[in-house]
Structures are given as C-alpha cells and as structure tokens.
Design a protein around this ligand. Structure first.
Ligand SMILES: *Cc1c(COP(=O)(O)O)cnc(C)c1O
Length: 448
C-alpha cells in the first residue's frame, strides 16, 4: 500500500473514534470521569472488548509493513511506536484529562502525561526559556509555590542558567503581579491553592496581565483537580498537575500532567507549538527528555479518576469540618483553609473553587494550622496523632500530616520559607475519607 493510502486508512478509523469522543465530551463531568476516551468502538475494535482499559506494558508497537512504519514515525498517523513517546494506556489517560480540564469551556485542550508532577512543570516551563529567542528573559511566579517548583525556578533556572525569577510575595495583590510582568516575561506561574501555604490568586485577572505582555499563564491546580477548578475556563493557557496527589488518591502512582488549550499566548515558541502545546511537548521535548509516565501508573490514575467528583466532594466536606473545629480550638493560633471566611483569599476561593456540575463551593482537602507554643509544640501534636500518618504526602484517601519546615521545605532555607510564609509551628494536614467525627476526635486528642 502506498504511504498516502495508509494515512487515509488509519485516519478513517480514527474519525469513527473521534466521533464517539465528541459525543462523550457533551456528557456530564462524572460520565467523562468513568468512560473518558475509552469508547465502545475503541473497546470492541481495538481491545478485544475489554470493559476496562487494558494496561499495555509492551514497550513497543509492531507495524504491518514499511509504509505503516514510515507513516507512524513521521507522525503522519496516530501510532504509539515506543512507550517513551506514546502508549495506548497512557493515551487514554491523556485524552480523559484533556476532556476533564476543558470541561464546560466549549474549547479543545490537549494533554501530555509525565513521570511526575515536577517533570510536567519542567516540561511546561522549558520551551519558553529557549535561547533561540534572543533578548532578556524573566519568569514571574508567586512565591508560595510547591517546594520542588521553588527549587526548580530558583536553583535550576535562576542559579544554573541565569534566568531572572521575579517572586510575587502577595499573590492576592494584582498590583504586585502587574509591577513584575513585562515584555521580557516568558511565562507567569501560579498555584491554586498553593501547597503548603494554601494561597490563591485571581486566575482571570492574572491571565489578563500576562496576556497584555504576550506571556502565557501556567497554573498548577494539583490540589483543586478539575473536579473543583478548571483554570483553562478562566484564561490560563496551560495547567500542570501532580497526578500523584488527589487525582491518584489511592497513593499507588507517581505521575504528572500538562494540559494546554488551543493557541496559547507566547512570544517565544513556534506557531505549531502554540497551536497544540501539550502535543508539541509530547512529541518533541519530552520524547528527547525521556520523562514518560509508566503505563501501570497511568492505569492506576485512570482507576481513581472514575470517582474524582464524589471523592473530592467528600474529602472537601471532611476538611471543612476539621478546619472549623481547629479554628475554634484554644491550642491553635491560626487555621489556613480557603473555605473559612477568615482566610485572606476566601473571596477568590469562592470565585474559583466549586464542585463541578453544581453551584456549591468546595475547597479541597488540604489545610494547615499554626500551633500555639511554637515548633516544639507542633512536633508534640504531630507525634500524638493516632491514625493520621506523619508523612510528606498529600492528596490521599487517608489523612496525612507533616511539619513543612522540617520536611518538604527544609531545603528552602530560612529566607525562602520567610518569603513563602512558612513558620516552624505550621502543621500541614491533608484530610482523608475517614469519618469526620473520628478526625475531629483525633485532633482533639493531639492538641490536648
Ligand atoms: C507534589 C506537588 C508537585 C510535584 O509533584 P510530584 O509528582 O511529586 O513530582 C507539584 N505541585 C504541587 C502543588 C504538588 O503538591
């Protein structure tokens, strides 16, 4: 068969699948969570009717003949060739994430999964920092980002590569964002809500400021998940996730995702890359960088995603009850939870954090609180916990707690922690699906 005929044959099959995916996109969020892009045609024609997506652990794909091989390797037909570049199990997850992240926007998104959340953030940031575009460059980011992201920007980018990083210390202050973003800004970066500071920023307003200077907005919405917030809807160009966290609440996989909308804003990447940024990252820089997710991990995430909406709903409701209890406790100086009206950015949280397909606010399951009596007292509280594990983990179906200054943010140094506003008496608590009464009793015991 000639090359063109091969391309036509494969594309015709593809169109049948795309039509089914199109129909799925019109369904409610939870239906997409359950089925994603694994449609009837895909199951019966390509997967022996398997009800659940098979896990393709095979590293590579065989081709019928040289024409197929040539078309596939020229990226002319959908194929997967080799699992570092693509894999069917990973492909199902990527399609589902693109559907969930673009849900309700009427627009298209594309997604690319990575070996971890940090790999997704690095893969999202690096294309904008290319030296192919001459001139000065800076990145503008809120200071309260995840510890790994802080290190990536300050050590890998600023120290090692000389890229100027402008930290926004008060992300609720639009004036501060505006004063730091300029025409040399390659991208603007925010986290909603941030880990562990639980700060928020006004996505739509910051996106406007970034776009006015030709820069894209990258939003890490790991803690919200698309069940509670979809930044693309509000003007963000790219969303990054550590799917290791709430999206894979079972705690059985490490992975990341980068989701982009069509035609993102940027003055420093090619038109092709702007049109389908996640697709570009997947086929070029990530192929060369090698930070692919494993099919096993992708399947574990897919399993958890099926009940993402109801899980995030339950976890958020539990967290709200625990936060309210802690706020009333005499041994607690301050509780940081976006659902409390005492939270500095409660209004922003109200605007952006809503349970999808409802009008109800849900604020996620991460909270933090400052213990009266300083760092030593915080250690005692943590050590007294009975079933809440002490772990540098979050996003689990099980409650976990940690003191950031001696764990996740140890390497950031005193100055970095000050910038990110992380005191020594802060305990980060990620609330799980245990009964809320037991969780409150647990807190009572530990604080007494
Ligand atoms: C954990 C986390 C990351 C990094 O993800 P990994 O999967 O651990 O690499 C990035 N952002 C946020 C908000 C996180 O909580």
């Amino acid at each position: 068969m000639a090359l063109d005929a091969v391309v036509e044959e494969v594309k015709a099959k593809q169109r049948v699948w795309e039509k089914e995916i199109e129909a799925m996109r019109a369904k409610k969020f939870s239906t997409i969570c359950v089925h994603g892009a694994y449609t009837k045609h895909e199951a019966i024609a390509n997967n022996q009717g398997a009800v659940i997506e098979p896990v393709y652990t095979s590293t590579s794909q065989a081709f019928k003949d040289c024409d197929y091989l040539e078309a596939a390797l020229a990226y002319k037909i959908p194929a997967w060739a080799y699992s570092r570049i693509a894999n069917p199990t990973i492909g199902y997850l990527e399609l589902e994430l693109s559907m969930l992240e673009a849900y309700g926007t009427g627009a298209r998104a594309s997604a690319c999964c990575t070996s971890s959340g940090m790999a997704a953030i690095k893969a999202a940031a690096e294309p904008f920092l290319s030296n192919e575009v001459p001139g000065k460059k800076n990145i503008v980011s809120m200071a309260q980002v995840y510890g790994g992201t802080f290190q990536l920007f300050s050590e890998r980018f600023a120290k090692e590569r000389g890229i100027e990083v402008r930290w926004v210390e008060n992300p609720g202050d639009l004036g501060e964002w505006a004063s730091k973003i300029d025409s040399d800004t390659r991208f603007v970066y925010g986290e909603i809500p941030s880990n562990p500071g639980i700060c928020l920023f006004d996505i739509a307003e910051v996106a406007k400021l970034a776009h006015a200077k030709g820069a894209p907005l990258i939003t890490d919405s790991t803690l919200a998940t698309p069940a509670l917030c979809r930044p693309l809807e509000h003007g963000s160009d790219i969303v990054v996730h550590s799917i290791t966290k709430s999206m894979t609440w079972s705690g059985r996989a490490i992975g990341g995702a980068l989701v982009s909308k069509e035609n993102i804003m940027s003055g420093s990447i090619s038109d092709d890359a702007k049109r389908d940024f996640a697709g570009y990252v997947k086929l070029w820089p990530l192929r060369d960088g090698g930070a692919c997710i494993s099919p096993d991990n992708a399947a574990r995430t897919t399993d958890c995603l099926r009940v993402l909406r109801s899980t995030m709903d339950l976890l958020s409701q539990n967290a709200m009850r625990v936060a309210e209890y802690l706020e009333g406790h005499a041994g607690v100086e301050r509780v940081n939870y976006p659902g409390l009206s005492s939270h500095q950015q409660h209004q922003i949280a109200k605007k952006y954090m809503k349970l999808v397909d409802s009008n109800e606010n849900r604020y996620g399951h991460l909270l933090s609180f400052e213990v009266k009596g300083g760092h030593e007292q915080a250690r005692k509280v943590l050590d007294r916990l009975e079933f809440v594990f002490c772990a540098t983990d979050l996003g689990r179906i099980k409650s976990v707690a940690v003191i950031p200054t001696i764990s996740t943010h140890q390497q950031q140094g005193e100055e970095g922690r000050k910038k990110a506003k992380i005191p020594g008496n802060l305990i980060r608590l990620c609330v799980g699906a245990e009964d809320a009464d037991d969780l409150i009793a647990e807190m009572k015991r530990a604080l007494t």
